[in-house]
Each structure stands twice: as structure tokens, then as C-alpha cells.
Design a protein around this ligand. Structure first.
Ligand code: PEP
Ligand code: MG
Length: 583
């Protein structure tokens, strides 16, 4: 919408409610544009060759400067990149492309890198995955240097700002100081993408689907975000800026008041106790979870450890991390560690490979069962940390009985190894599987006989059941966790768990969504794990609802055939609950 005096507003979709009014930090990931026109004469080819050689020297110097600041792991990566930079095959191919074929320097680098990547990919060995990302990195550095452009502006975030980006990777977000991020506005993005999950976990007001915001907002200009109504104001007038700042203050006060109830149990009006746990991505999320009254960790997304620093952690380092989190929660509940679930949008440097369908590809336990050394190290660390008897383990993306059998057999072999070495661990350690693939939900009666608990991941379960990419804003109108197919799968899974007498929890975003909590509870889920930020409102809601009404709601919803009817039903139920809360 256009306003007088240049103010403009864009409407998106709320990911995490809140307000912010700050200067914009704009991030765009456009590929650097350069001409691919060929050099006409010998003289210009020579000039291009000189430019390329100068760029190589400059990249070499910048890599060495980074080495001076880095630790052992960073130095090893940078040394490998330096090696690539000067690799005779690579450099002579670039020289030939310039001198013999007449390509300009950036295009020659681009073509030579593509050649190297293609031959490495053809070899198909996992060993070369790191080399591929090194060559990509080197090529982008060379091209950026040739074009005198900076590689990325992300690391330059130095003062509190509102991020306005075309897109952002979870690893990019994690490399930033969260205390400097006042809000996040993305052109695209899906509601349960990992950036959305991180924004909620970091308590950062966030709106996705703002179309071309990252083109319209000038870097450093003032922007105001009302993430409750999902509105971004570009160049707000003084009255708008003031209104958003006042609302932010009032909202902060309200949250403070809610936090005072964090010690109260989540118990319905008719006396049914619901356990509220938290989802965490690392040590940084522990304090806020405890402050908000989490009764344990229902999901520790350990792959975020790898994404943060782009390296694997040693067994001892992992034991230290897991033990310290378990210790923080020891008086409240257990720490549920999910083994690495990289893949999809969770790209881990030097581990992830380019795939046509990464979401359906080599990820989670599929990756771990191929990369047994990485998996074994993690399993040993979890086992050793479990000696405190406050830990549970669960496996992600399990698609059925055979896959689960293989994973459990490998886990048994690692246990045996630990026993032989005399390492102490919890012999009664509870083992669970995520239910987040439709085939697992459909065969949940079979899987229930093999594990101690299920944890339902509705983010992926919705994505795979409805065939709707959870990160794609264009089709997010189809992403409905209350789709009749989902309700049937959720009920089927809950029934299978109850019949086998195993534990059941839900850790997808659905569990913390105030509009869906009653439905989830009514479907039979009494253990909910959510973003730390959602705990306060979830507790308030549960304390003001009747379990019997939630059950009746779920029963009615299960009988319905259309998403729209279920939406109306939920709307009506939630409006009545709100009225009761206020009156
Ligand atoms: C899920 O899929 O619901 C889940 C909890 O796992 P993640 O969001 O990490 O994929
Ligand atoms: Mg998942």
C-alpha cells in the first residue's frame, strides 16, 4: 500500500509476532552479474589473464589473513582452499579459457570451476564432497574479487537492525549475533522452515512472504514491523514509527507478566495434566526455556551444532554439551537428543551434497547410516552422557520398519562397543523414533513394538503428506497441519502408541500453535514440545480449556472432510476460549 510522504506498507505472513522499528539491514543473494562476452583481441585476453592472476594473489592474501585468526579446523579448511586456488589443473584451465577461447576472467573462472565440479561429481565418492564446496567457495571469491564485490554482507551486522532479505540460510542466521536482530523480514519463506523455527526460538519478530521487500527497502533506511498484523512499513512516517515503538513497549510488558505464570503447571480446567517441553537447537536456548517453565527438552536438534560452526564435534565435546544441558534440566525432566537430521534446508558445510530433491534425499538417518564414523561418534557421546540417566535418544526421518531395525541394530553394536570398553551408560536409556514420514505414521502400529516412544514431527509430516514444500511461500496456502489426511495420521499414530503402551509426544510446530493446541490435545497428545517462546501462551491456554471440550473438538474435526470446515470449527472454538479467558 502507498501512503503520502513516501511511506509504503507490504503485507506478509506472521512467523513470530512482535514489533520492531529500526534501520534496515538488507541482504540479497543475487549472483554477481557480469558480461559473458568474449574478448575480441589478443591484447584484451592478456589483460584478462593479468586480472585473473592479480585476483588470485588477492584471494590468497585474504585466505592467509583468515588463517591467522582461525582455529585448527578453520586453518585446515583454508589451507585446502589455498591448495585449490593454486592447483595447476585449475589455473591452467582458466588460462586456456582466457587465452585460447577468449573468455573474460570471471566467466573463465566460472567455467573452470564447473568443469572441476563435474569431474569430482562423476567420481561419486563422498571423499570429494568437501573439495566441491572448496572449489565453489574459491570460485565465488575469485569472481567477487574480479568484480570488486564483497562476498556477503551478513557478517557486517554491527548494530541493532531489522533484517530484510530475499532469503536467508539457517547457517547464515546462526552466524549473526541475535541480540543485534530486531526483526526478520523475508521476501519468501515457509512457516515451518528452519529459519522460521530459529526466529521463534530466538524470540525475534518475524514476517515471511513480503514479496519484493528486499528490493524496495534501501539499506540503512528506517523500517517498522508489526509482526502481529504481518505488516512491514517502509520509510514509516513519524506517527507510524511512534505507534510501533509504543506497541513494542506494551508487548514487552505483557510478556513479562505472562512469564510470571511460568511456574504454574499446565493443567486443564477439568484436571488433565499436559507436559510442556521445549525444542532447542543448542546451549543458547536453555536459559530461556527454563525461564518459560519447560519441563524437559522434547527435541534437541543436534544438527544445528554442525551448522553453526560447519564442523563435526569430537566425542568428548559432545559428551560435554549433552551432559551440561541434561544437568540444566535435571530437576524438571529429561533431555531428548535427536541424532543428526541434516538435509533439506539444513545444509551442513562439507557434508551436504547437491541433490535434485534434497528433501527426499540423502538426509538424517539415511546420511548417518552411510557415514557411520560420524554417527558412531554421536551415538557413543549420547550413550556416555546418558550415564546421568536424564537422557532419551530418538532417530529422525525413519520411514519404516526395516530402516528402524537397521538403525537400532547399529545402535546396539555401539552399545556393545561401549560395554567392551567399560564405558558407563544408562542401560535403560529410552529409545524413540520420530514419526514425520507418512509411511512411518501408517505403519506406526508396527514401529510401536520396537521403541519406547514416538515423537511426532508435524512439520515434515505435513510437508510429505500433502506434498507441499514447507519452505515455499508460493504454495504455503496448502500447508495445513489440520488437513483431514493429517488428522487421520495423527490419530492413527496416537492410537498405535497408546495401544502399545509407549510414550507419545509431539514436537512439530503444531504443538506450540495456540490455534491448534486444543485439537492436538483432543487427538490424544499430552506431551507437547515447542519453541521456548511458545511455552507461556500454551500454558495460559491449557489452563483455561477443558480436556473434554478438546476431545469433542478433535472428534468433530475428524468427521469433517474439508480444511475450510475444520478451519471454521477451530476459529469458533478458539474465539469461545478467548472469551472465557477474558471474562
Ligand atoms: C518436524 O519435522 O516436525 C520436526 C520437529 O523436525 P524438524 O523441524 O527439525 O524437521
Ligand atoms: Mg523433521
Amino acid at each position: 500500500m502507498e501512503y503520502p510522504f513516501g511511506m509504503k506498507s507490504i503485507q506478509g505472513r506472521t512467523i513470530f509476532a512482535g514489533y520492531a522499528c529500526q534501520k534496515a539491514f538488507v541482504i540479497r543473494h543475487d549472483k554477481p552479474a557480469f558480461s559473458r562476452e568474449k574478448c575480441a583481441d589478443e591484447e584484451s585476453r592478456r589483460r584478462e589473464l593479468v586480472h585473473y592472476r592479480e585476483a588470485t594473489e588477492s584471494v590468497d592474501a585474504s585466505l592467509r589473513a583468515l588463517m591467522d585468526k582461525g582455529g585448527a579446523d578453520e586453518i585446515a579448511i583454508l589451507e585446502a582452499q589455498c591448495f585449490m586456488l593454486h592447483d595447476p589443473d585449475f589455473t591452467s584451465r582458466i588460462a586456456d579459457l582466457i587465452m585460447k577461447e577468449g573468455h573474460n576472467a570471471p566467466h573463465a573462472v566460472e567455467l573452470a570451476a564447473a568443469d572441476v565440479i563435474q569431474s569430482l561429481s562423476r567420481l561419486g565418492s563422498e571423499m570429494f564432497r568437501g573439495n566441491i564446496s572448496d572449489i565453489q567457495d574459491i570460485a565465488s571469491r575469485l569472481i567477487a574479487t574480479l568484480l570488486k564485490e564483497s562476498l556477503s554482507n551478513i557478517k557486517k551486522l554491527e548494530s541493532i537492525s531489522l533484517i530484510v532479505a530475499d532469503t536467508i540460510l539457517p547457517s547464515e542466521l546462526m552466524s549473526m549475533d541475535p541480540s543485534l536482530i530486531a526483526g526478520i523480514c523475508l521476501d519468501g519463506g515457509g512457516p515451518t522452515s528452519h529459519v522460521a523455527i530459529l526466529a521463534r526460538a530466538m524470540n525475534i519478530p518475524c514476517v515471511f512472504g513480503l514479496k519484493d521487500a528486499s528490493c524496495l527497502v534501501k539499506p540503512g533506511s528506517l523500517v517498522a514491523l508489526d509482526a502481529f498484523s504481518a505488516t512491514l512499513y517502509i520509510d514509516p512516517d513519524e506517527a507510524t514509527a511512534m505507534r510501533i515503538r509504543r506497541r513494542k513497549e506494551a508487548n514487552d510488558e505483557e510478556l513479562k507478566a505472562l512469564a510470571e505464570d511460568a511456574v504454574l503447571p499446565a493443567i486443564t480446567l477439568d484436571g488433565v495434566r499436559i507436559t510442556l517441553e521445549c525444542n532447542i537447537e543448542g546451549l543458547d536456548y536453555v536459559d530461556s526455556s527454563i525461564r518459560n517453565g519447560a519441563e524437559g527438552v522434547g527435541l534437541f536438534r543436534t544438527e544445528f551444532l554442525l551448522m553453526g560452526e560447519g564442523r563435526t564435534y569430537s566425542e568428548d565435546e559432545q559428551v560435554e554439551i549433552y551432559s551440561s544441558i541434561a544437568k540444566s534440566f535435571r530437576k524438571r525432566g529429561k533431555l531428548t537428543i535427536r541424532t543428526y537430521d541434516m538435509g533439506g534446508d539444513k545444509v551442513v558445510k562439507d557434508m551436504s551434497v547437491a541433490e535434485d530433491n534434497p528433501v527426499l534425499g540423502w538426509r538424517a538417518v539415511r546420511f548417518c547410516m552411510d557415514e557411520k564414523n560420524i554417527f558412531r561418534t554421536q551415538l557413543r557421546a549420547i550413550l556416555r552422557a546418558s550415564a546421568c540417566r536424564r537422557i532419551r535418544i530418538m532417530f529422525p526421518m525413519v520411514s519404516g520398519s526395516d530402516e528402524l531395525d537397521d538403525v537400532l541394530a547399529f545402535f546396539e553394536s555401539v552399545k556393545e562397543e561401549c560395554r567392551r570398553e567399560g564405558l558407563a551408560f544408562d542401560e535403560d536409556l529410552e529409545v524413540g523414533t520420530m514419526i514425520e514420514v507418512p509411511s512411518a505414521a501408517i505403519t506406526s502400529d508396527i514401529l510401536a513394538k520396537k521403541v519406547d516412544f514416538f515423537s511426532v514431527g508435524t512439520n515434515d509430516l505435513t510437508q510429505y503428506t500433502i506434498a507441499v514444500d514447507r519452505g515455499n511461500e508460493k504454495i504455503s496456502y496448502l500447508y495445513k497441519e489440520y488437513h483431514p489426511a493429517m488428522l487421520r495420521l495423527l490419530k492413527m499414530t496416537a492410537d498405535a502408541a497408546h495401544r502399545s503402551g509407549i510414550g507419545l509426544s509431539m514436537c512439530g510446530e503444531m504443538a506450540g500453535n495456540p490455534a491448534l493446541i486444543a485439537l492436538v490435545i483432543g487427538l490424544g497428545y499430552r506431551q507437547l514440545s515447542m519453541n521456548p517462546a511458545s511455552l507461556l501462551s500454551a500454558r495460559k491456554l491449557i489452563r483455561s480449556m477443558n480436556f473434554s471440550s478438546a476431545e469433542a473438538l478433535a472428534k468433530q474435526a475428524l468427521d469433517m472432510t474439508s480444511c475450510r470446515d475444520i478451519e471454521d470449527l477451530l476459529e469458533k472454538f478458539n474465539a469461545e476460549t478467548r472469551d472465557k479467558q477474558q471474562g
